[in-house]
Design a protein. Structure first.
Length: 751
């Protein structure tokens, strides 16, 4: 929240956000009867209990009850985080008293007994930023607000932070937080009670609830429909024909009760909402299941996605709904409009492997307010800074994908990325767009269902290049440094070193390399056991200089040297497979059967491998070398340098790996697009330490040019796709489940 906190006077806060209810007068006589003396001097556990009891007056809170959570665990989340107290609608008071219910909390209250030392805001510093001593309190209360936003459909949320005799009232939204100056609620109880009295009479929308997302009860007709659709599908199939946005018929070879891919089950464990999408053609309603993806953090786009049912086609295929807060900027378009352009028949027809828009639109007049308060305080119409104007937005597409990490083996990953590069190239060449945010969450596996030659419906995985909200026209100007877009871990090293530079084709193609490496380091066997150390150094690394965050040195060093190294520095990173698979001469498999990953292969094993395993580098090692040769040539020629002995590490020992034996659906796609595999060029291996002579530049330029040529990179990956890959080279995720990068919240993860 650095720079995103605005401190205002109590009266200003009340005027802007907590206006007096019409035709009602604050009962000052009753307020005077409430004695808050002595509450601030009690131990914390008694402090919030006494204040909660004082607030539970029918004239003060006619529709709500304040509940002390007594530091007990919550009922909604698998976390030990708990807040001291909360305000609930009387109909939503937890049945188990003293338990936190983030799903129903209206107003959150956190108590500290040690006075100003626990104030999360330090007004002696710019914009009310917390000093180092108080940052822990700020993170704590921000975490509580995240739970509210994650478990309710919210535009904003109110909170009280009480420290000793002082209190601040806060209002959080996706842009920032507005807080009152601290005031003494013991000496001036009327200030606190006036807020509580007004809050008790505010409408749900004034409190921050999104009126366009209403809860669906289980016993309602819609609730029963959702429960029915969440059940395992029947054996019957239904080939449905629907009309796309441009009027053309599209055949969806899907089941009425279509089975969901892994991690996308539309489970209905609680009351989930009926969401409205205000499309240009009118209102559309969708029934959404459990949250499928949720962006971390409070400030920013707050993206959440859901498997959904179109209420206009209740037994039709499942669809995918994205709910986010988009930045309002002259050069940022609605993602739905970008997809409509990619789906259109103009400029050579629709781009393959991108989502198909069903409907989209801004959510009425829901816009963040924190940035407006900052502008009013400064007396300016526009304020350039970390607080951006964000507008609530929903997008629905026809395709439901599953995460790229659900891949079968590395050959499939290479095939998916190869086809995704083809889609990226078509979008660039024919539609003039650069994606700008290549990451694991944005390259999905779409398990399309097709009939095989025997008339049996089976899964045919395709890539799905999603999240085009960051896409820019190829000739657009660069963003300001504080408008960096993309996912930090997968952005090119050159952009991380120069945040204001416009993203080019080479940057996105480099991001595809980082994506491939991310899959391999986590799910394939190699000679570096501490995957979390590698992830922190290569993907999450950073350098801070004069308040600006730059990318880490490990990623940049890899791009310049053209070598994959372990964090030890002198140990190359190598991927392994057994000798018998490495020695196979077959290029294209010939069987129709798809070999599943064996449980023994999927298990993560340790210990010294057979000698044959030590000597046999998996094809992916050579594949990465070939890709890196293009990247290192580009860096040697066009990326200016910043101004600023091999050890034997035993690899993990896999079980026997079978040579490839199956013609998969991925093979079919590759054969259909490009039946023959071109010959690969000899990879260039530039020496970054020597001076580039004219002859040296002439040798590197063809390789660097390939990084700007989608067809050349498509051909390069295609060569390696048709090489010899083991059929079950995947193991369980080697990244510890509790991995947390040792870094800061960077600007790229925000707006």
């Amino acid at each position: 929240m650095s720079g995103k906190a605005i401190i205002v006077e109590y009266d200003e806060f009340m005027e802007w956000f907590v206006s007096a209810p019409p035709r009602e007068v604050v009962p000052t006589d009753l307020i005077k009867t409430l004695n808050l003396q002595g509450i601030a001097m009690t131990p914390e556990s008694r402090m919030f209990t006494q204040l909660v009891d004082a607030l539970n007056q029918d004239w003060l809170l006619p529709n709500d009850r304040a509940i002390s959570n007594a530091n007990l665990s919550n009922l909604d989340l698998n976390t030990d985080d708990k807040i001291n107290a909360g305000l609930y609608r009387r109909s939503d008071v937890p049945m188990i008293r003293m338990k936190t219910r983030w799903v129903y909390m209206e107003l959150s209250l956190e108590f500290k007994t040690e006075g100003v030392r626990y104030d999360p805001f330090d007004e002696s510093r710019p914009s009310g930023n917390a000093s180092a001593m108080r940052q822990g309190i700020l993170r704590q209360i921000m975490c509580y607000s995240c739970y509210i936003f994650d478990n309710q459909r919210r535009t904003h949320h109110f909170m009280l932070i009480i420290f000793g005799k002082m209190v601040r009232i806060m209002r959080w939204d996706r842009s920032g937080v507005v807080a009152t100056k601290p005031f003494d609620y013991v000496a001036h109880p009327e200030l606190l009670l006036r807020f509580i009295w007004r809050f008790g009479r505010m409408s749900p929308a004034q409190r921050g609830h999104d009126p366009t997302a209403t809860r669906v009860a289980h016993d309602s007709a819609l609730g029963k429909l959702m429960l029915e659709r969440a059940k395992p599908p029947s054996k019957s199939q239904d080939i449905r024909t629907q009309t796309s946005a441009d009027g053309a018929d599209q055949t969806h070879e899907q089941k009425c009760s279509q089975p969901m891919p892994p991690d996308t089950e539309p489970t209905i464990p609680g009351d989930y909402p009926r969401a409205l999408v205000d499309d240009a053609k009118g209102y559309r309603y969708f029934l959404v299941g459990k949250t499928h993806f949720r962006a971390s953090g409070l400030s920013g786009r707050g993206t959440q996605t859901f498997v959904a049912i179109d209420e206009a086609d209740p037994y039709g295929p499942f669809v995918y709904l994205k709910d986010a807060w988009r930045a309002i900027d002259t050069d940022i378009k609605q993602e739905g409009k970008i997809l409509e352009r990619l789906n259109s028949n103009d400029d050579g027809g629709p781009v393959p492997f991108v989502p198909t828009v069903r409907c989209h639109g801004d959510v009425k007049d829901q816009t963040t307010q924190s940035q407006e308060i900052l502008r009013k305080n400064k007396g300016e119409s526009e304020v350039e800074g970390p607080l951006k104007t964000l507008r609530h937005y929903r997008l629905v597409v026809n395709e439901v994908g599953k995460p790229l990490t659900c891949f079968h083996n590395m050959k499939q990953v290479v095939g998916l990325i190869t086809l995704a590069i083809r889609a990226h190239g078509e979008a660039y060449r024919r539609k003039g767009l650069i994606h700008g945010d290549i990451s694991p969450g944005n390259v999905l596996i779409y398990p399309d269902l097709v009939f095989n030659g025997e008339g049996v419906l089976e899964e045919a995985p395709k890539p799905l290049l999603v999240d085009w909200e960051s896409a820019k026209c190829a000739n657009s100007a660069a963003r300001q440094p504080n408008r960096t877009r993309g996912t930090w871990q997968f952005m090119s090293a050159s952009v991380l070193g120069e945040p204001s530079r416009r993203i080019a084709v080479q940057d996105d193609l480099e991001s595809f390399f980082h994506l491939l490496l991310h899959c391999a380091i986590r799910f394939c066997r190699h000679n570096w056991s501490d995957v979390d150390v590698f992830m922190d150094a290569y993907f999450d690394g950073y350098i801070e200089h004069e308040g600006v965050i730059y990318g880490g040195k490990e990623k940049l060093s890899t791009m310049r040297q053209g070598k994959l190294m372990t964090p030890l520095g002198d140990l190359p990173l190598c991927f392994y497979m057994p000798e018998k698979a490495a020695g196979s001469s077959s290029l294209i498999p010939s069987s129709d059967a798809v070999t599943n990953i064996s449980s023994s292969t999927a298990a993560r094993m340790t210990g010294s491998p057979p000698q044959s395993l030590r000597l046999s580098l998996i094809l992916s090692t050579k594949f990465f070398e070939a890709f890196l040769s293009r990247l290192s040539a580009h860096y040697a020629l066009y990326v200016k340098p910043r101004t600023i002995s091999t050890l034997e590490t035993p690899p993990q020992s896999p079980a026997d790996v079978k040579a490839p034996t199956a013609v998969t659906r991925m093979d079919a796609f590759m054969l259909a697009i490009a039946p023959s595999a071109p010959k690969a060029k000899v990879p260039a291996k530039p020496n970054p330490t020597i001076e580039l002579t004219p002859a040296g530049r002439a040798e590197l330029e063809p390789f660097a040019a390939e990084l700007a040529n989608h067809q050349a990179m498509f051909d390069l990956l295609r060569v390696h796709y048709w090489g010899t890959w083991p059929d079950n080279d995947r193991c369980l995720d080697q990244l510890p489940s509790d991995y947390k990068p040792n870094n800061k919240q960077r600007v790229s993860t925000g707006i």
